[in-house]
Design a binder for this molecule. Structure first.
Ligand code: SF4
Ligand code: SF4
Length: 364
């Protein structure tokens, strides 16, 4: 039997769904997931349809591509226009609309823009093509950031002077804190991200659970994983107990990956940063520490980031805060579709609007 089989098994889905219905205390409640893969999995497996009346699953700012400010995309495009520069990035970033165009269009117009699967590939490129500058658009949460940090350390060890990072990495806990603190979004509990938690450990959510009296439960990515987390959350909501729990015990530990956190903290330091749709959040972004500042693309190419409004009619800010379902946006499925996205939530493979569109979710 495949080791994931019990977590996909229909009988197990049914049993946990029945348990959720039995435990549900009634009334109107909202559980928020803050992970793009959860957004996709919930839509793909139709888990919303299995919930008891009144229990809503809402999506938060779970996709690193969606929360990257337009100013970063604009900066990447400006840097790509400088002769000898090569922009390297993960695939989804190519199609995110900047103020005037996308990196995909820049590439079609002749800019050297390359897609990577591992940031370490950039180190090899930089070694082979010494006459070019390689600029990595560094986005992601705690899942991807430690790997990027290791690449910075390695670039330093190899004394590569033609590598730069356009840093827009973000931290999950400060964003959850800001969402709860704003009072704009009604949240009764968090389905916490599986991969991020592998790195930060499930203990990291205690600050949120204690500060706001909200239960936080880490979930894996199979349907039964997610349902088990929901069941744990519903039980805690029903018993009025907050706290943290781990429903992804086969992968996540309380302390997480201490080495990965150390690498991240060695290279980056937290600062106040802008999240697309949410605004400025203290301690939620990362910048290179002084020792590694020579790798900073903004400094190297003297680019100032300036705040840019969202496209007219796009409701990504409300979608990212869980205030509005994607289907409530007037552009959803009309002017905004995966092949012609208006906002970032329709671009990324983990974006809420893309998930709702792909799986035909109607939760407005
Ligand atoms: S990297 Fe993993 S944990 Fe983070 S948002 Fe994506 S799927 Fe979720
Ligand atoms: S449907 Fe498109 S325009 Fe509307 S919120 Fe989503 S991404 Fe933005």
């Amino acid at each position: 039997m495949h080791k994931q089989e019990p977590f996909r098994n229909k009988n197990n889905v049914k049993a946990v769904t029945e348990k959720i219905k039995r435990l549900y205390p009634g009334g109107s409640r909202k559980l928020m997931e803050v992970c793009g893969t959860h957004t996709m999995a919930i839509a793909r497996y139709g888990l919303r349809d299995l919930m008891p009346d009144g229990l809503k699953l809402i999506s938060g700012p779970g996709c690193p591509v969606c929360v990257t400010p337009v100013s970063i995309i604009n900066a990447a495009m400006a840097i790509s226009e400088i002769p000898g520069n090569v922009i390297v990035t993960f695939g989804d970033m190519l199609r995110v609309p900047g103020s005037e165009k996308t990196l995909e269009v820049c590439k079609a117009e002749g800019a050297d823009v390359r897609v990577l699967y591992s940031v370490f590939d950039m180190l090899e490129m930089a070694k082979k093509e010494k006459d070019k500058n390689f600029i990595f658009i560094s986005v992601g949460f705690e899942t991807t950031t430690p790997g990027i940090a290791l690449s910075v350390l390695e670039a330093g060890n190899r004394e590569l002077s033609n590598i730069f990072y356009l840093v827009a990495n973000r931290l999950v806990i400060p964003a959850m804190d800001a969402l709860c603190g704003s009072g704009e979004t009604e949240i009764d509990g968090f389905i916490c991200p599986g991969h991020v938690s592998v790195v930060i450990g499930y203990g990291a959510y205690r600050v949120i659970a204690d500060k706001y009296g909200l239960p936080c439960v880490v979930a894996g990515f199979e349907p039964v994983d997610i349902l088990l987390a929901i069941s744990e959350l519903v039980e805690r909501v029903s018993n009025k107990t907050a706290g943290v729990a781990n429903a992804y015990g086969r992968v996540v530990t309380e302390k997480g990956n201490v080495n990965a956190m150390e690498a991240m903290n060695r290279v980056f330091k937290p600062v106040t940063a802008e999240w697309r749709g949410i605004g400025s959040i203290p301690g939620s972004g990362l910048v290179l520490r002084k020792k590694f500042i020579r790798f900073d693309a903004l400094k190297k190419f003297q680019i100032e980031l300036s705040s840019v409004p969202d496209p007219p009619g796009c409701r990504c800010p409300e979608v990212l805060k869980g205030i509005m379902a994607p289907t409530e946006c007037g552009l959803f499925g009309k002017r905004c579709r995966p092949e012609s996205p208006v906002g970032p939530c329709m671009v990324s493979s983990e974006g809420s609007c893309a998930a709702y569109y792909k799986y035909g979710v109607d939760d407005g």
